[in-house]
Ligand binder design. Structure first.
Ligand SMILES: CC(=O)N[C@H]1[C@@H](OP(=O)(O)OP(=O)(O)OC[C@H]2O[C@@H](n3ccc(=O)[nH]c3=O)[C@H](O)[C@@H]2O)O[C@H](CO)[C@@H](O)[C@@H]1O
Ligand SMILES: C=C(OP(=O)(O)O)C(=O)O
Length: 432
């Protein structure tokens, strides 16, 4: 497939209603966890994006059948699986290939995985995965391949060294198959971790503490099949709030999953963007003050990311581009990844007033008028942030490596064009 480029004619107001896709980071662990049961599973609201397509190829390669019954409905049947011959190139395409470790270890007693890939946003440690598997009775050998072995997994009182999202997910899946009770302490509690836990319960698992940082699993469970619908993507909802704000457009985000949006709304409120809630819809009116709220006493405020339920790391790039259009000064503090902020040089060349203090902190002073520019997307979220900047800017922008954006956002140019954006999706001519 040739690389994709977006050509964006900026400066148009948008309006209308848009529905977020299913959560990418829920769909990935849930597709992997469907390997835990030998019974059929049907998943609805699965985002049809590059990451899910790649994981579908991977689960087929270990013996599961996986068929798209409709655009977003995926039927999986893992009657028999083998933990062998995983294609290193496919595993290196996505971070989520590491999520095959838990279910394949539980089903087959051993698994050898090539290293995972995913966004290049800084060092991405796997140590928490190893710690959890070892405490559940597995042996781990990590060289050029990651090898996990356990003739039988045993429930344990596990304290994770950090609330890693995918490590919590792997440990949770393994614990469902383990003999005895497992406590996962200092666990991640993101909406996608909760979604995975609800899916496992639907299969027959016994799990307490969903949504908290202590998850208790009573194993081993006798699992059946299920029909399960993936939750809306709260990161896509946050991206759409940013889009409405930077284009000063009224948008209704329908079926937004508002119960998971408190910290996200609070983050945007600090930038002077207030959303209304109508049922499960989020309404972003035009005519926002877009005035950054100083801290008490007139001090420079800060927006920082942290593990859930705080403001999510995956929205930091979107928040930065949004802040360039707001009135005031704010410190943006990205605590989790050390390479996520470098894309701000592109925003600066478009006219934004940003000082990158170090890899984790940037000061944004706004508002500034953005001009179209050529850009290359380094990762999913920076790519989406560049797309927001391009849609808001005067003139035309090009975004190379838009494939990165499509790893996480389904048919985004088509859906934004339906709101009034002017994005043309073409094969990249210069091969970027
Ligand atoms: C497929 C998937 O679900 N990917 C998500 C998952 O990746 P992933 O599971 O890889 O991310 P982790 O939760 O393991 O950690 C992300 C980074 O944050 C650091 N860290 C983590 C916890 C903490 O308390 N302090 C800290 O500094 C880690 O060392 C690591 O560098 O979670 C990330 C953090 O929400 C998201 O950006 C990714 O989109
Ligand atoms: C970092 C992300 O994805 P991944 O972990 O799959 O690379 C993301 O969704 O922003």
């Amino acid at each position: 497939m040739p690389p994709i480029q977006y050509i964006v004619e900026g400066g148009h107001r948008l309006s209308g209603t848009i529905e977020p896709s299913g959560n990418k980071n829920s769909a990935l662990p849930i597709i992997a966890a469907a390997l835990l049961t030998e019974h059929p599973v049907t998943l609805e609201n699965v985002p049809r994006i590059r990451d899910t397509e790649t994981l579908v190829e991977l689960i087929r390669s270990v013996g599961a059948s996986a068929e798209w019954q409709a655009r977003n409905t995926l039927a999986i049947h893992a009657k028999e699986v083998r933990a062998a011959d995983l294609d290193p190139e496919l595993c290196a395409r996505i971070r989520a290939s590491i999520l095959l470790a838990g279910p394949l270890l539980a089903r087959c007693g051993e698994v050898a995985l090539p290293p995972p890939g995913g966004d290049v946003i800084g060092r991405r440690r796997l140590d928490t995965h190893f710690l959890a598997f070892e405490q559940l009775g597995a042996t781990v050998t990590a060289t050029h391949r990651l090898e996990f072995r356990a003739s039988s997994l045993k429930g344990a009182d596990v304290f994770l060294d950090e609330p890693s999202v995918t490590a919590t997910e792997n440990a949770l899946v393994a614990a469902v198959a383990a003999h005895g009770t497992t406590y996962l302490r200092n666990a991640a509690s993101e909406p996608h971790v909760q979604d995975l836990a609800h899916f496992l319960v639907a299969l027959g698992a016994k799990i307490e503490g969903i949504g908290t940082n202590t998850i208790i699993v009573h194993g081993p469970a006798t699992l059946g099949g299920t029909n399960y619908s993936i939750q809306p993507d709260h990161i896509e909802v946050g991206s759409l709030i940013g889009l409405a704000a930077v284009t000063r457009s009224p948008l209704r985000i329908a079926k937004a999953g508002v119960e998971h949006l408190r910290s996200i709304r609070m983050g945007f409120e600090r930038l002077g963007i207030v959303c209304g809630v109508e049922g499960d819809d989020l309404v972003v009116p035009s005519g926002q003050t877009m005035k950054i709220h100083d801290d008490f006493g007139g001090h420079v405020p800060k927006l920082e990311d942290q593990p859930w339920p705080a403001f999510p790391a995956d929205l930091m790039s979107i928040a930065i581009v949004t802040a360039t259009q707001c009135d005031g000064v704010i410190l943006m503090f990205e605590k989790m990844f050390e390479s996520r902020m470098f894309f701000v040089d592109k925003l600066i060349s478009m006219g934004a007033r940003i000082v990158l203090c170090d890899p984790h902190r940037a000061i944004v002073a706004g508002p500034s008028r953005l001009r179209g520019a050529p850009m290359t997307s380094p990762d999913i979220r920076a790519g989406m942030a560049m797309l927001l900047a391009a849609v808001a800017a005067e003139g035309t922008s090009t975004i190379n490596n838009a494939d990165q954006i499509e790893r996480g956002y389904e048919r985004i140019e088509e859906r934004l064009n339906a709101l009034g954006a002017r994005i043309t999706r073409v094969p990249a001519r210069d091969g970027h």
